[in-house]
Design a binder for this molecule. Structure first.
Ligand code: GCW
Length: 686
């Protein structure tokens, strides 16, 4: 609430009528700001106006200044093309003799405008140099998927891959009675830019499956809270729900009874939650049921649900994370990285308009370093969303500091058809991944991420992991934001009284922490090397002889997965030019992805000039040392941030230092024992 003070001090006039729940929220925020400022109203006011009813809201006998502000707002909104541009979620800001005017066409836009003002403290001098600054979200869908289960005794605990305590909303098999924290959470998400949440784990077990049917009244309580924050509610559903509900003995997508079952189910859902967003589906993946059991395609499956949702305006997010998790490690021909592309590209054009294919960033699984999933460049006739993992399953589990916004920025900026420029520039498709998933106005895609919060007092277990949640939300709105700047925004919001020392420390710890984490864990894009099951800490061969398809193939001579067309699995061929060739060739393959694409001798010389084995030794020693410096840096803010925050972060940094040393020693020892190549500085354990 501290952040509201500058606005409260200026005095905010809200020109909007009606009892829309989002407007009611804006009204409450404005009142709260006034309360925080406690009557210290000074100068230049701020006007927030909903274009359609600004004048009505000003009222017939309005003071001339209010009337002028309303007329100004209306004039703005009537500028040619602007209403269309703003859509439901955008807003426009202008300065008028020192006063600020924010106009939106719809309540959600007005709420976004409010949060923009809060973030900037009402100071838009930087951007409003011209007379108008138009703000529209880059992505129409900005979603968080919660992998929350109904109870602690659910398979995988209360939150699958959750590192921040139990679910914020489920406990003991039902929705919690006290949802106060959910209200705070919804407010926080709205501030970052999120506009959709899926409430439950994509691995939908029997109990959770009933949320869609007998549990829908409970879900409605949550939907009411999120609605008021401008956030739509989704549920993950079990493809076999017609069976698990006890109604039918099949979930064949082409069966009439199955179709009727879903139609009835969604009719009931919408009778209770009229603006229900839709569903997220994990099918034929890691043991979940799906259309394959009936010899049907994933387009059949997605369209079954899509058609039952369509009359109500709902959307199905269908996950592309489909691969054989029971493969034979002896079989070098099967390549998990290929799976999503192989399954889904033949179906391009077959998905209905209200189906979105949700594709993980990388072709394997949320590793610290992966190339972009080639599927994102191979479905021109399908709505696509990219899925990221904010929860740090493979990036330190919120024990380690690992700020992921730079990773996401790299993916969003990636140009699947190659860099711009060069002789054939005119011929090149210059779109970035952010452009691809944006889709069109009529058929948008979006961004989705697995959430990292729980009922932990700091929301995210590691207090500094909040920065990932904040940055994700902000990047969904604007993928060109600088990850480093986002840290300033986050630190200012989170430690409003703490001043520059905190900002400095947060930067020193977080800016480069993704690279630090990468440097002491699995090297050069090889991935995994984690303990099977829980995925925390090093275990180089942990997955090597398992059915999961995540191998490194280290032997006495070398390491890496040959995914070339020439001699390997042919995965490089799933990329358009130029990447298919860039990755194919040892000459051009980037160092950081070398072992993802190639099997090379330990003595192979990288572009950096180092050999593979020497690179491993050096980066692991340096990475572990960097964590010690991070721990020292944190001491600078003792007494500056609240003690509980200081202590929690300090304890986690101790664990990060311990764990990084363990990673360093296991990885370096492993490479030394396999290769027999000594470290000239003798830093390996024999
Ligand atoms: O990374 C893997 C996780 C699973 C998860 C799966 C998925 C929800 O280890 O816990 O299941 O991805 O994304 O479906």
């Amino acid at each position: 609430d501290e952040a509201l003070r500058p606005l409260g001090t200026r005095g905010v006039r809200l020109l909007a009528t009606g009892d829309d729940p989002v407007l009611t929220t804006v009204r409450a925020e404005v009142a709260r700001a006034a309360q925080v400022a406690r009557g210290t109203t000074t100068s230049a006011p701020v006007t927030l106006a909903l274009a359609a009813d600004a004048l009505a809201a000003a009222g017939p006998g309005a003071a001339p200044r209010l009337r002028t502000a309303a007329e100004h707002a209306i004039a703005l909104a009537e500028r040619p093309g602007l209403a269309g541009t703003l859509g439901a979620q955008g807003f426009v800001v202008t300065r008028d003799e020192g006063a600020l005017v924010v106009v939106a066409a719809q309540p959600r836009g007005l709420l976004a405008g409010w949060h923009h003002l809060v973030r900037t403290g009402g100071d838009t001098s930087g951007e409003a140099a011209g007379d108008l600054a138009v703000h529209v979200p880059a992505q129409a869908v900005r979603m968080l998927d919660h992998w929350d289960n109904l109870a602690a005794d659910s398979p995988m605990g209360p939150v699958e891959r959750g590192y921040a305590g139990a679910s914020l909303w489920f406990a003991d098999g039902r929705v919690r009675d006290d949802l106060t924290r959910v209200e705070h959470y919804a407010r926080l998400l709205a501030h970052t830019g999120i506009n959709a949440v899926c409430l439950n784990n994509v691995n939908v077990h029997a109990r959770e499956s009933a949320l869609l049917t007998t549990g829908i009244d409970q879900v409605a309580r949550l939907a009411t809270i999120f609605r008021a924050a401008g956030i739509s509610t989704y549920l993950a559903v079990d493809f076999a729900a017609p069976i698990t509900s006890g109604a039918l003995d099949t979930s064949d997508p082409l069966d009439d009874d199955v179709r009727a079952w879903w139609e009835r189910a969604f009719a009931d859902v919408y009778a209770t939650i009229p603006d229900f967003g839709g569903v997220v589906v994990k099918a034929d993946s890691e043991g979940r049921p799906g259309p394959f059991a009936y010899g049907r395609t994933h387009a059949d499956g997605a369209n079954l649900l899509g058609r039952a949702l369509a009359p109500h305006g709902g959307t199905v997010f269908w996950r592309a994370f489909v691969y054989d998790h029971r493969q034979d490690w002896r079989d070098r021909g099967t390549d998990r990285a290929r799976a999503a592309y192989d399954h889904f590209t033949p179906l391009d054009g077959q998905f209905d308009d209200n189906a979105v294919l949700q594709v993980k960033l990388g072709p394997v699984d949320f590793q610290v370093r992966e190339p972009l999933s080639p599927l994102l460049a191979a479905m021109p006739h399908t709505r696509l969303a990219m899925e990221l993992q904010v929860t740090q399953e493979y990036t330190g589990q919120q024990q380690h500091v690992c700020y992921l916004a730079p990773l996401w920025r790299e993916a969003l900026d990636f140009r699947p058809w190659g860099p711009v420029g060069g002789a054939d520039a005119a011929e090149t498709d210059a779109r970035t991944v952010a452009d691809v998933v944006r889709g069109t106005d009529a058929l948008p895609g979006g961004l989705v991420a697995v959430a990292n919060v729980g009922d932990d007092p700091f929301w995210t277990g590691h207090p500094l992991a909040q920065a990932n949640l904040y940055a994700y939300g902000r990047l969904t709105w604007d993928p060109t934001l600088d990850p480093s700047d986002l840290l300033d925004e986050w630190a200012a919001r989170t430690f409003p009284q703490a001043g520059p020392a905190v900002a400095r420390t947060v930067h020193a710890l977080l800016d480069d922490s993704w690279h630090v984490y990468e440097s002491y864990t699995a090297p050069l894009g090889i991935g995994f090397m984690v303990r099977p099951g829980h995925h925390y800490g090093p275990d180089v061969d942990g997955y090597e002889y398992t059915p999961w398809g995540t191998y490194h193939f280290a032997d006495r001579d070398g390491i890496g997965v040959d995914r070339t067309r020439a001699t390997g699995t042919g995965f490089t061929g799933q990329y358009p030019a130029p990447w298919r060739d860039v990755y194919e060739s040892l000459e051009t393959c980037p160092d950081e992805l070398l072992l993802f694409f190639h099997h090379v001798p330990y003595t192979h010389v990288l572009h950096s000039g180092s050999t593979v084995v020497q690179h491993v030794y050096d980066t692991h020693v340096e990475g572990a040392a960097a964590t010690q410096r991070m721990r020292d840096t944190w001491r600078d803010v003792r007494g500056v941030v609240p003690d509980e925050v200081f202590d929690r972060v300090a304890a986690r940094l101790d664990e990060q230092v311990r764990s990084a040393a363990e990673w360093r020693d296991q990885i370096n020892t492993y490479f030394w024992r396999k290769s027999g190549i000594p470290d000239p500085q003798n830093r390996v354990i024999p």
